[in-house]
Design a protein around this ligand. Structure first.
Ligand SMILES: *Cc1c(COP(=O)(O)O)cnc(C)c1O
Length: 479
């Protein structure tokens, strides 16, 4: 044998270590599954938050070395450092920010997608995977009342989905560099910060941003929008984009989607709706009413890793005019020429900045298939009812309340007889977080330090809310 062949075979021997034997696969898999099964079995008694100060363990032993480390050592690193401190997003006690999910069948979808590594970028290469993703897009499109020939993309999350939509709006409205400084974007200060980040990333930070006034429930006042547009047109500016929230992060307010849509149409503005938090509430009868007008938008963002309780890693953008999304995100490269046939299905790579991507559809499709929609609808309705129940109970306890929840976020604060209300509520929040059974967060409404309740974890139930109510009762007793 010549030395070149010898060397290749020698390398092959080591390279084959990348494919563990069936026996080894079973050993490692069993260990991982033991841990994750235990994690789920104990989730109801695991704290929602552990402060890093009270837990000495953070991941150690992270260095990468030439030789493998023993399995037990690697697993110890994971067991001892990862799920020990910080927020536990899988916990039903997570009632802060916008809670996350983690439904089980999604993890198996990811597992399947990772093992088979189906390519979901281009129809030619992965017709099954692309068709599955597109069918999910069409399902969501039907939910929000978009036509079947719209386009969309499964992104890593809501921020990326909003970025796609805003870039698409910029291109569809032909906001080229010479127009940027006279182009106007209408949005409320209650919009999620990723909207403002997207505006900057999209090269639109020099646009004129009009912060629309909001009513006492933090919803955009549509009359004001029309007045401001008229004025901007008189001044030869270029109104091109209006952004509404279908569920603001702060208080869960739904902007008047229908009225804004009518005005957007009248003045040919691109109408974008950020439904990352609230979009999937449309699965309930109440939500369908509350989100009326969502179908008037040109683009909409939904976040299955919020409203459909999936583990982190899945957002969704829908664009009504498929050509607009294609024109904005499509690119043709010589080395891709084999894939450029006129396919019956659009390819995700032509509809987003990504080329090679995780086959994200399966983590959504599998749970929808195995569970059906019914438990999702029930779970969302339960969340709305829990937020309302909490609202009325806390109100009865004498708290000052923010707006009545449009969806599943409530804000509230206690005014003590003596002392500073902001300091009192901040301290109360810190104590509740330190206790760890539930995690809550806060926000500022004007200069009021408000506590926030956000119910969106699929594991949050009546007993969870009662734990928080009990703590609030105790901590405000006699104050
Ligand atoms: C969470 C959220 C986002 C951002 O989505 P990510 O999935 O966290 O990137 C955008 N808008 C609203 C209203 C949100 O609640």
């Amino acid at each position: 044998m010549n030395s070149e062949i010898e060397k290749i075979l020698e390398l092959e021997k080591t390279a084959r270590e990348l494919e563990p034997s069936p026996e080894l696969r079973k050993v490692v898999r069993d260990e991982v599954v033991n841990y994750t099964e235990g994690f789920i079995d104990n989730i109801e008694t695991t704290p929602a938050f552990i402060s890093e100060r009270t837990s000495s363990n953070v991941l150690e032993n992270l260095n990468v070395s030439e030789n493998p480390k023993p399995l037990n050592e690697v697993l110890e690193t994971l067991k001892n450092g990862l799920d020990i401190s910080g927020l536990n997003p899988a916990s039903g006690g997570h009632l802060g920010y916008i809670p996350g999910g983690g439904i089980y069948y999604s993890s198996l979808g990811d597992y399947w997608a990772d093992i088979t590594n189906r390519y979901a970028g281009i129809y030619f290469a992965g017709p099954g995977a692309v068709r599955m993703e597109n069918s999910l897009i069409r399902w969501a499109a039907e939910l929000v009342g978009y036509p079947a020939d719209c386009a969309g993309n499964l992104s890593s999350g809501g921020s990326m989905a909003n970025l796609s939509a805003i870039v698409c709006a910029r291109d569809a409205q032909k906001i080229t560099s010479e127009k940027v400084k006279s182009a106007v974007i209408y949005v409320s200060s209650q919009a999620h910060h990723c909207i403002f980040k997207s505006i900057r990333i999209a090269g639109l930070s020099e646009c004129i941003i009009r912060y629309l006034p909001v009513d006492e429930n933090y919803r955009i006042k549509p009359e004001a929008l029309e007045t401001i547009i008229e004025e901007d047109l008189k001044n030869n500016l270029i109104p091109f984009l209006v952004i509404a929230s279908a569920g603001t992060t702060d208080v869960g307010a739904i902007d008047p989607l229908e009225s804004i849509g009518t005005i957007a149409k009248k003045y040919s503005l691109w109408y974008h709706i950020d439904g990352a938090y609230g979009g999937f509430f449309i699965l309930t009868d109440y939500g369908e009413q509350a989100l009326k007008g969502i179908e008037l938008s040109d683009s909409v963002v939904l976040d299955p890793h919020k409203g459909l309780f999936l583990p982190y890693g899945l957002g969704m953008v829908l664009v009504k005019n498929r050509q607009a999304l294609m024109d904005s995100q499509y690119y043709k490269a010589n080395y891709m020429q084999d894939a450029l046939s006129a396919d019956e299905e659009l390819s995700p790579a032509d509809l987003s900045p990504e080329l090679t991507k995780h086959f994200r559809g399966l983590r959504l499709w599998l749970p929808l298939q195995l569970l059906g929609l019914k438990p999702f609808r029930a779970c969302i309705e339960e969340k709305i009812m829990l937020a309302r129940y909490f609202y009325s109970e806390v109100k009865k306890m004498g708290f000052e309340m923010g707006p009545y929840p449009d969806l599943s976020v409530a804000s509230y604060r206690f005014i003590p007889k003596i002392g500073d209300a902001n300091a009192f509520n901040k301290k109360m929040m810190e104590e509740i977080v330190a206790d760890g059974r539930v995690f809550i967060s806060s926000t500022m409404l004007e200069d009021r330090f408000m506590l926030r309740l956000a119910v969106l974890s699929f594991r949050t139930h009546l007993s969870t809310i009662n734990i928080l109510l009990e703590q609030l009762r105790e901590k405000t007793h006699g104050c």
